[in-house]
Design a protein around this ligand. Structure first.
Ligand SMILES: Cc1cc2nc3c(=O)[nH]c(=O)nc-3n(C[C@H](O)[C@H](O)[C@H](O)COP(=O)(O)O)c2cc1C
Length: 239
């Protein structure tokens, strides 16, 4: 990988949740650029079911803060962008597609915020029913439009260091060619067939290359089998 590519990838690690804002205008041109980036996200069958509500009104920001138990900081944000999805517009009218599409748009939005030097925090709305109900009411959303998340945006009032959460224990690689079971970093694999453990060399950004002992991976983590033979359930990460 060349240095430029490495630099660009490292930039992603600098995107952090910013929860303290200092006053300062965010102009319309910038907001439109952020929305354009959000809408450049992939969406199932390009249905683009996302809908965005831009809130600058301080009274409304205050009402949103009151409605979001972990989102009080939106009160002091320069603006909020509430990312919603229209179930009528989603592929097959499926909630799962709506949520996946909106989440892709949200991540694009957060990265765009980081690019322009602003700070933002994703504030969870869905699936908390009370938050969904209150936001629908505050924003007067039509019945088919579901608020997924509120994004508080403003000029950063706190500095957050880039960091990696890279963890090789959360990754397995299947070659599909048989292969011996190997122990080492990564999931404990019961039936070793077709499994090749990945080899990672991540240089300086791999701050924590230590892997929890295998005993920490309880039996339950390997149930579920959502990922083909063997299953692949990661231990729950703390927020
Ligand atoms: C679905 C979702 C809901 C979240 N809800 C909140 C929230 O209500 N309040 C908050 O302060 N942060 C919230 N966050 C931000 C996470 O706490 C944050 O992304 C995580 O701790 C990782 O930190 P980082 O964003 O700085 O990398 C949410 C993130 C996601 C993806």
């Amino acid at each position: 990988m060349d240095a430029k590519a490495k630099e660009r990838l490292d930039f992603i690690l600098g995107r952090r949740s910013v929860r303290v804002y200092r006053p300062g205008e965010v102009n319309e041109e910038t907001v439109e650029a952020l929305l354009e980036a959000a809408m450049a996200a992939p969406s199932a069958v390009a249905k683009d079911p996302w809908r965005f509500v831009v809130v600058r009104n301080r009274v409304t920001l205050g009402r949103l803060a009151d409605a979001l138990p972990n989102g009080g900081m939106i009160r002091d944000a320069e603006l909020g962008i509430i990312v919603c999805g229209d179930l009528e517009a989603a592929h097959d009218r499926q909630l799962s597609y709506l949520l996946q599409d909106c989440s892709a748009a949200i991540e694009n939005l957060l990265l765009a915020v980081h690019i322009v030097g602003l700070g933002a925090c994703w504030l969870g709305v869905h699936p908390r029913e009370e938050r969904v109900r209150k936001l629908k009411e505050i924003l007067e959303l039509p019945a088919s439009v579901l608020p997924v998340a509120a994004i508080a945006i403003g000029w950063p009032g706190e500095q957050k260091e880039p960091r990696t959460r890279f963890n090789p224990a959360l990754v397995i690689e299947r070659s599909g060619k048989g292969g011996a079971r190997r122990r080492g970093p990564g999931f404990l694999l019961k039936a070793g067939a077709g499994v090749r453990l990945p080899h990672f060399t991540r240089g300086r950004i791999c701050l924590n290359s230590s892997v929890p002992p295998l005993e920490q991976f309880e039996e339950g983590h390997f149930r579920g089998n959502n990922h083909g033979a063997g299953g692949l359930h990661a231990p729950t990460a703390s927020r």
